[in-house]
Design a protein around this ligand. Sequence first.
Ligand SMILES: Cc1cc2nc3c(=O)[nH]c(=O)nc-3n(C[C@H](O)[C@H](O)[C@H](O)COP(=O)(O)O)c2cc1C
Ligand SMILES: CC(C)CC(=O)C(=O)O
Length: 359
Amino acid sequence: MRPVCVGDYEALAREKMEASHWEYFQGGSGEEQTLRANRAAFERVFFRPRVLVDVARCDMSTQLLGTPVSLPVGIAPMAYHCLAHPEGEVATARAAGAVGALTVVSTFSSRKLEDVAQGAQGPLWLQVYCFRRREVTEALIRRAEAAGYKALVLTVDTPRLGRRERDVRNGFSLPAHVRAENFGEELVAALHARQPGASAVATHARETIDPSLTWESLAWLRSITRLPLVLKGVMTGEDAARAASLGIEGLIVSNHGGRQLDGVLPALDALPEVVRAVAGRCEVLMDGGVRRGTDVLKALALGARAVLVGRPVLWGLAAAGPEGVGHVLSLLRDELELAMALAGRPSLDQIDSSLVHAP
Ligand SMILES: Cc1cc2nc3c(=O)[nH]c(=O)nc-3n(C[C@H](O)[C@H](O)[C@H](O)COP(=O)(O)O)c2cc1C
Ligand SMILES: CC(C)CC(=O)C(=O)O
């Protein structure tokens, strides 16, 4: 039977994938406390629906940093989609574009960022890791600008990779046919070096990503690009207020899908304090554990302008290629539309904190 909800894709994807690749996708860091908590947080929030509202038409379209999208659900940046499907990020972005959804492409995409842009009909942002070698980051940003990417998403929760014990146990490394295609051989060779008892992606991140990045570094980023900047991985009101005061255009409340600091608060629980701290000065998105249209509605009610979805996109891609990604996004879109109707909130501007009873 065709999957009826996003969760149905999980088992289908698992059957198709090599076990250690699957574990890289699924895993979190440490005890995976935060990974579980991201999901559990949605179960603690309940709706307060209004009735006798005309919901004959529900409008989900909005703008994200000025870019029109047809739904407030986009694709989170994730490395190495080619582990799921040979067309990788090209297939993902094409499918997202077909439903009018935003795709955030990872620095570590397994298809060149230009090839992703060429196949995509929808809006693209580029996620950036800041490398120790700044010229590598700068070159990446120049290419993104030339290829028409609309914003940069700087990931700030990853001075090093969290310890993902599944990857350590598996001695995870990239197979020869999956490459970090945005970079030359010397920069990515370590990703393919298999070491028992170590994760090659963690070793590589330690060698390449700059752990000394600070708030002061943002001025450098600003100086080399005119694209709007989004910080991904902000989890406190303090950091959110600082970002807003620096004129950062967007924030993504995220704990990296439970893959970085284990024990950190669920992203949904951190959302209200971030929204309060920025007080409308920047656009706030969230990711982590979104699996249902009702999850999207809860995040919007708690102040997110949109959500990003991670692993379910890879499940769709592994199980059924671009059609699978398109189906995952349309399931979320249709569930959100139904939830808006049943909640008596036919447009996004009618969704606010009065819609939820949060603990
Ligand atoms: C396999 C995988 C690879 C990821 N790669 C990146 C990445 O390259 N850059 C980044 O900022 N976040 C990365 N993330 C984190 C996601 O952007 C996102 O924060 C997280 O997956 C959202 O949680 P969810 O999977 O529960 O929806 C990755 C997540 C996964 C599962
Ligand atoms: C290659 C990694 C740095 C990508 C990542 O952020 C992740 O696996 O969570």
